[in-house]
Design a protein around this ligand. Structure first.
Ligand code: ZN
Length: 406
């Protein structure tokens, strides 16, 4: 029986089944590819009580986060975004050198470096050993562990309370929300603020971004279930904003109850979620049907191009690409390689589908007619980087939210 992570209800019903799938970020070395990769069921469900959307099955976090290939600093857009977040929080909450900012899942330290330039004291909590080492090299103090009640108590004992706790793209990853919230309650200063950014369910539906679904993303957040979760820990959402980054995110500010009056944006977004049908199972069942339409449309295009003798490759190897390739059944016979900027991924093959990841230099040598854009959420940035490819007649296939060629 699947239990809701937010309200502990057992009325969680599946609306999307992406089959047994390998872990989206477990890019393999070529010699590992033949050696019994583990696949796990990937189903998404809707809680009929609090309307939280989450995975139906869990994978042990250690299988996913101890070694991690996604780094914030690889994307220019993301670095600029995180610097902007550090500036916003530092100014709004008047942070100084006496104030501790704790970033949970601090990745390579990009956000905390931003806070340092605005004067705050910083500490990162990061479970992936390779990322923790990168953060330390960047001059950020690190606790190499998962954040929960125990870690929070240790940080409180050694560093005192946190004036700000931040999470970017981490809240959806948490399989043990109660332990996490207990940690926040322990570590957050009385007038401190929790700031989190997460992909937003309303955008996920609008963009048909089913490829946001992979095992690391345990939760798909809307504001209403989040409010309910914070209430259980005597906290409240005091402000919320929608952000255009990735395919659409929300930035949420929460404090202990009674510290600040919630901004009108909070009630407004709750209303909008109800109007968008996020409180109804049928909304999600329709979304599941739309994903199958997308699969059919993309295969129709790929088959036509292949019949025409067109040369196809792919661009960008984000985790979301692993979900798309795996669920659509696209392998090296259709897409012989994927070009990606990340040296951590080059020389490896995609999980489950085993497509080699190569340097973008390959594009100039091979001159594919079409490139399937798997990192479609960074389309503008990638189009700009690949202006020469397009000027020479190359075309991109954007697979989501509708299959189109540009
Ligand atoms: Zn629930």
């Amino acid at each position: 029986m699947t239990t809701c992570l937010v309200c502990h209800s057992e009325a969680v019903d599946a609306f999307l089944d992406l089959n047994e799938t390998a872990l989206a970020n477990k890019f393999l070395r070529p010699e590992e590819a033949g050696k019994g990769e583990t696949a796990y069921p990937l189903r998404v469900g809707f809680c009929r009580d609090c309307n939280h959307v989450q995975l139906m099955e869990r994978v042990p976090p250690q299988a996913m986060f101890d070694d991690y290939l996604y780094t914030s600093s690889m994307s220019d857009t993301l670095v600029a975004h995180l610097q902007g977040l550090a500036a916003t929080v530092s100014t709004r909450f008047d942070l100084s050198a006496d104030d501790l900012v704790v970033d949970v899942g601090c990745n390579d330290g990009t956000l905390l470096k931003g806070f340092q330039t605005h004067g705050a004291t910083t500490l990162g909590v990061e479970p992936a050993a390779n990322l923790a080492a990168m953060s330390r090299d960047a001059g950020v103090e690190i606790v190499n562990d998962y954040f929960g009640a125990k870690t929070a108590q240790n940080v409180l004992d050694t560093h005192g309370p946190a004036q700000a706790i931040t999470l970017t793209n981490v809240f959806p990853h948490l399989p043990f929300l109660d332990d996490f919230m207990a940690g926040v309650k322990t570590l957050l200063a009385d007038d401190g603020v929790l700031v989190l950014e997460a992909h937003y369910l309303q955008d996920l539906l609008a963009h048909r971004a089913f490829d946001t679904v992979y095992h690391e993303h345990v939760s798909y957040w809307a504001l209403r279930p989040m409010i309910r979760l914070f209430e259980r820990y005597d906290m409240e959402v005091i402000d919320v904003a929608r952000l255009p980054i990735h395919h659409g995110q929300i930035r949420v500010f929460a404090q202990r109850k009674g510290i600040a009056k919630p901004a009108p944006a909070v009630a407004a977004l709750v209303e909008e979620e109800i109007a968008a049908g996020l409180n109804r199972f049928e909304t999600f069942a329709q979304f599941g049907d739309g994903v199958l339409d997308l699969k059919r449309d993309l295969w129709n295009l790929l088959d036509d191009l292949a019949a025409d003798g067109q040369k196809i490759a792919a661009y960008g190897a984000p985790a979301k690409g692993s979900t798309l390739l795996s669920f659509f059944g696209i392998g090296p016979d259709t897409v012989p390689y994927i070009a990606d900027k990340s040296p951590l991924k080059q020389g490896r093959v995609t999980p489950g589908t085993h497509i080699p990841v190569v340097s973008p230099a390959r594009i100039q040598e091979d001159k594919p007619d079409y490139m399937l854009l798997l990192a479609w959420n960074f389309a503008d940035e990638i189009m700009a980087q690949q202006a020469d490819y397009r000027a020479a007649g190359g075309r991109f296939i954007i697979p989501v939210p509708e299959v189109r060629v540009v």
